[in-house]
Design a protein around this ligand. Structure first.
Ligand SMILES: Cc1ncc(C[n+]2csc(CCOP(=O)(O)OP(=O)(O)O)c2C)c(N)n1
Ligand SMILES: [Mg+2]
Length: 525
């Protein structure tokens, strides 16, 4: 007889999901029982860190990651991280243990009441199977739902007595299933796009995270070069989809309606690829588009396409569409944009380091293919101006703006990409929301580098207080934190840098080793 437990492990194996990210409780023990040797379990000490690590792992691999959480409490702890995963289209198969079926109705301790509703609206699909025999089918569906465009997190709650039950007939058909989506625009839609691009006198392109996610950065470059058009990164960027050293690269768009509109002014056609239109942040009322500008977006997400307040959208496979456009458009007769002048290297000054100086040093010392995970919120623009990022998958940021992403995600990305060095650049406020991932980095020897920008404050909120004209706000400073002590407490080597020389020496040491290292840098607020 095949049990539900056996059938599900066969299914997970066949679908390539052999890494669990989890934090267990009693409800989950029957699922984790007799854990097969060809699977690995990455333990996180808090569910926010668990989902953050899985998010980084899944994004870096481009395939779904498996998460196992403890009932309602574990799911609740993970919701902030789920918001980020939902917004970055991260395929996550989140499973949660439920009480034994006989005691869900009486709401015994650890029952997940109305389990399927709990993670909504931050999941694509959510389910608690009606009976044990439906569990393998529900898990299979969860995997395919998470992966299908637009990919995203899904949630499956399983009562713990289901695992030992006999699986239903025909369960063996599930393991090898493939679900494919063919998302190319039809020939007419494609030629409309080609014509619009060919007829535009002054087009520009805005690329978003899904370009990088589907490895289409080179096609974006090819299209930009053929049309000699400037390229911006969509606002609140969770990834870097265009080489920041390229002549066409213009920078990171601001996140206010009026300031974006101002930058689009003079362009008769704006092509947005792989981004919502737009992920605004600060409210700057104004026209969404300047007069005379037409906007067309290519997205994998029907939600993104329909909620955009302006422009036309094509919901399609981003990589295939970009490739087809780059092949089909005729080279423009315009001169290529002139490369931006890189900012001058920041001068050495006494006292805490200027963030500019930190990024100059980092850019100088880090390997060219380093992967940056950013959650230093007040220095994001400086990072984009100073770090050269040229390869696919070089940059990650919390897509919903929920803190607690970068530190765990750096661990998950480093686990997925052992051949590249991951450097988390994390604020002294942000580091506290996912600090437990340091323990996982230490225990599994995942050699990410964590650079903590210690400016003693929630710097971005100080800026926002200015935007909102909110003076005398309490709770904006975070003095008295010792990240070296915290890191050592979790088993991670720690270095303190209070000068350029100390930062250079610390980075040299961290980069030379093959272990996780935290570097606490004193920075200017
Ligand atoms: C989960 C969560 N809680 C609170 C916030 C609000 N928030 C946004 S930026 C920020 C400050 C982060 O400070 P820090 O990491 O020190 O970076 P800095 O702004 O100083 O560069 C806070 C608290 C958030 N985005 N997410
Ligand atoms: Mg800070």
């Amino acid at each position: 007889m095949t049990t539900v437990h056996q059938a599900c492990y066969q299914l997970l194996r066949a679908q390539g999901l052999t890494t669990f990210f989890g934090n267990p409780g009693s409800n989950e023990l029957p699922f984790l029982k007799d854990f097969p040797e060809d699977f690995r379990y990455i333990l996180g000490l808090h569910e926010g860190a668990v989902v953050g690590m899985a998010d980084g792992f899944a994004q870096a691999n481009g395939t779904p990651a498996l998460v196992n959480l403890h009932s309602a409490a574990g799911t609740g702890n993970a919701m902030g991280a789920l918001a980020n995963a939902w917004n970055s289209h991260t395929p996550l198969v989140v499973t949660a243990g439920q009480q034994v079926r006989a005691m869900v109705g009486v709401e015994a301790l650890l029952a997940n009441v109305d389990a399927a509703s709990l993670p909504r609206p931050l999941v694509k699909w959510s389910c608690e199977p009606a009976c044990a025999q439906e569990v393998p089918l529900a898990l299979s569906r969860a995997i395919h739902m998470a992966s299908a465009p637009a990919s995203g997190p899904v949630y499956l709650s399983v009562p713990y007595d289901d695992w030992q039950q006999q699986a239903g007939p025909g369960v063996e058909h599930l393991a090898g299933r493939r679900v494919e989506t063919a998302g190319m625009p039809g020939p007419e839609a494609l030629s409309r796009l080609v014509r619009a691009l060919g007829e535009a006198c002054n087009p520009m392109m805005i690329v978003g995270p899904d370009v990088d996610a589907c490895h289409a950065n080179r096609s974006a470059v090819a299209l930009a070069e053929k049309l000699a058009m400037p390229v911006w990164i969509a606002p609140s960027a969770p990834r870097c989809s265009f080489p920041t050293t390229h002549a066409c690269f213009r920078g990171l768009l601001p996140a206010g309606i009026a300031s974006i509109s101002q930058l689009l002014d003079g362009h008769d056609l704006v092509l947005v690829v792989g981004a919502p239109v737009f992920r605004y942040h600060q409210y700057e009322p104004g026209d969404f588009l300047p007069p005379g500008t037409r906007l067309v977006s290519i997205t994998c997400d029907i939600n993104e396409a329909t909620r955009a307040p302006m422009g036309d959208a094509v919901v399609a496979d981003i990589a295939g569409t970009l490739r087809a456009l780059a092949e089909a458009v005729r080279p423009a007769a315009r001169p290529m944009p002139v490369a931006r002048v890189r900012p001058a290297l920041a001068a050495e000054e006494p006292g805490p380091l200027a963030p500019e100086r930190v990024f100059d040093i980092l850019d100088e010392m880090a390997p060219r293919n380093a992967i940056y995970v950013n959650e230093s919120t007040s220095t994001t623009n400086i990072l984009w101006q100073r770090l050269r990022m040229t390869e696919q998958g070089s940059y990650y940021f919390a897509a919903a703006g929920g803190l607690g992403f970068a530190l765990p995600a750096a661990v998950g990305i480093q686990l997925a990409k052992p051949e590249r060095r991951v450097i988390g650049v994390i604020g002294d406020g942000s580091a506290n929301y996912g600090i437990q991932a340091l323990w996982t980095a230490a225990q599994y020897n995942i050699p990410a580098i964590f650079l903590i920008m210690k400016n003693g404050t929630y710097g971005a909120l100080r800026w926002f207080a200015g935007v909102l004209d909110a003076s005398n706000v309490p709770g904006l400073d975070v003095p008295g934190l010792d990240f070296c002590a915290l890191a050592r407490g979790y088993g991670v080597e720690a270095l303190r840098a209070d000068s350029s020389e100390a930062l250079v020496a610390s980075l040299r040491q961290a980069l030379a080793g093959n272990r996780p290292v935290l570097i606490e840098v004193e920075t200017r607020a």
